[in-house]
Design a protein around this ligand. Structure first.
Ligand code: SF4
Ligand code: SF4
Length: 97
């Protein structure tokens, strides 16, 4: 039994129709951020920017769609997307049993 889950009738990406995760905060651990700008470059929503030291910060948190690209691409694991699911796993997060 193979389930095809990602196809839509319109042929568009299914991402936009999924339940949107609410982003509460974006945490940049300054001690680990080396200011490479990768997270800024990969963010599709232009949520992130770099300060005078080059370190990342959220300049437009409201636009964040929790795609997690910044978190996945950061070579130093310095950025964390804090969604309601992650903060309150009992009310919608995934259980790992
Ligand atoms: S990708 Fe990571 S190390 Fe580079 S600027 Fe962003 S948070 Fe800092
Ligand atoms: S989770 Fe996606 S939209 Fe949000 S700041 Fe990171 S790359 Fe940008």
């Amino acid at each position: 039994m193979v389930k095809e889950s990602s196809k839509t009738k319109q042929g568009k990406s299914a991402v936009s129709s999924k339940k949107r995760r609410k982003v509460v905060a974006i945490d940049v651990f300054k001690a680990w951020c080396k200011g490479c700008g990768i997270c800024v470059a990969f963010c599709p929503q232009e949520v992130l920017a770099q300060d005078e030291q080059g370190q990342a910060y959220p300049k437009n948190l409201e636009a964040c769609i929790a795609c997690m690209q910044c978190e996945l691409r950061c070579p130093d694991f310095a950025i964390t997307i804090l969604t309601e699911e992650r903060l309150n796993p009992a009310t919608g997060g995934v259980s790992h049993g």
